[in-house]
Design a binder for this molecule. Structure first.
Ligand SMILES: [Zn+2]
Length: 344
């Protein structure tokens, strides 16, 4: 009988094999759903992606070992320079209206001209209001009128630290990647290398945000618990992450941009995320509406999909418009989950 060969290496380090779903903890007694290379074909490795039959989270198994993760990020996309957001530079009427909304709704200070009427216009259209609220990580003046200390955990290139500062927050960031931390320091941002422990000598935070970070970490539930400890009473945790139940995940299958193997170690379902926050002690947990937002992920997924099949995006457009129409009513099938919880 042929013996099953189990590899213990990937091209940049060791592999770790999981026996249980990293999201819900149930045994993995089912087969992977996809086999994929990384999106940019940077590495020769092929990864197994599982979709847990119990909780519907996605995860990579085997995954790069914790000590090989720095090698994974040596050429990551956060190292590339970011072009300034059009919201800060755009001259068109639409950008002036958007700046007007963001200024009054989130308190963002802009150097460029803006029109206050934008606030009233976008308040009337929830599908766009939700989209724009996310720009300031939903920290609206109405709900967060007292600004305090904010930590962006996994701050990457630091673009949100700039925005949070312009919103009036005392903003701090941290990241494990020495290259992005150096870039942030060069920009004058208040950052430290590492995770939450990098700030254990300072007082606690009023808000912790994690934007597309939780799916990259080895033990996400532990980090949620540590965030609870690092928050002041009435503090808020904000998490944004791909949604395994996205419409795009069904349409594009293995080519769905949210999968992003092997960087995305585990993409938790919305119900598991709620459970993680609840287990950590958070209350008033809410999955927030994202409104119109599907286009970016669908365009990226389509690029990945097209490397396998010749398809015209024209045929996809009506579907993502339909996906966004559904996103107006419920966050369940959105491309992204945004969740918040409070420490009371
Ligand atoms: Zn599971």
């Amino acid at each position: 009988m042929q013996q099953k060969i189990i590899k213990n290496k990937w091209s940049r380090g060791d592999l770790t094999y999981l026996e249980k779903c990293p999201s819900c903890g149930q045994n993995i007694d089912y087969a992977p759903i996809y086999k994929r290379h990384d999106d940019e074909n940077l590495m020769p490795d092929e990864w197994n992606i599982y979709n847990c039959i119990h909780c519907r989270s996605f995860f990579v198994n085997p995954r790069p070992s914790a000590n090989s993760l720095p090698a994974l990020y040596q050429d990551y996309l956060t190292h590339k320079p970011i072009k300034p957001e059009s919201v800060f530079t755009g001259e068109s009427l639409l950008w002036k209206l958007i700046r007007g909304f963001l200024s009054k709704r989130l308190g963002i200070k802009f150097d460029k001209k803006y029109l206050n009427i934008g606030y009233f216009l976008f308040m009337l259209v929830p599908a766009f209001r939700y989209k724009l609220d996310r720009f300031g990580r939903n920290l609206t003046l109405k709900n967060f009128n007292k600004k305090g200390r904010l930590l962006d955990l996994g701050c990457g290139a630091g673009d949100f630290l700039d925005i949070a500062t312009q919103m009036g927050w005392d903003a701090y960031g941290c990241d494990f990647d020495p290259i992005v931390i150096k870039n942030c320091k060069d920009k004058g941002l208040n950052v430290r290398i590492g995770g939450l422990e990098a700030y254990s000598d300072l007082e606690k935070f009023d808000v912790i945000t994690m934007n597309h970070v939780i799916e990259h970490v080895v033990d996400p539930q532990k980090i949620v618990k540590e965030c609870y400890q690092a928050l002041n009473n009435n503090g808020c945790l904000w998490i944004g992450t791909p949604n395994p139940n996205a419409r795009g995940a069904k349409v594009f299958g293995a080519a769905w941009a949210g999968l992003h193997p092997p960087y995305h170690l585990c993409i938790p379902s919305q119900s598991e995320l709620v459970q993680w926050l609840s287990d950590a002690g958070f209350c008033e947990i809410k999955i927030l509406q994202r409104g119109v937002h599907a286009k970016f992920n669908w365009v990226e997924s389509f690029k990945l999909f097209s490397t396998h099949k010749e398809v015209n995006f024209k045929f996809v457009r009506p579907k993502y418009i339909m996906a966004d129409l559904i996103n107006i009513f419920t966050p369940k099938n959105g491309e992204e989950t945004v969740i918040i919880g409070f420490k009371k």
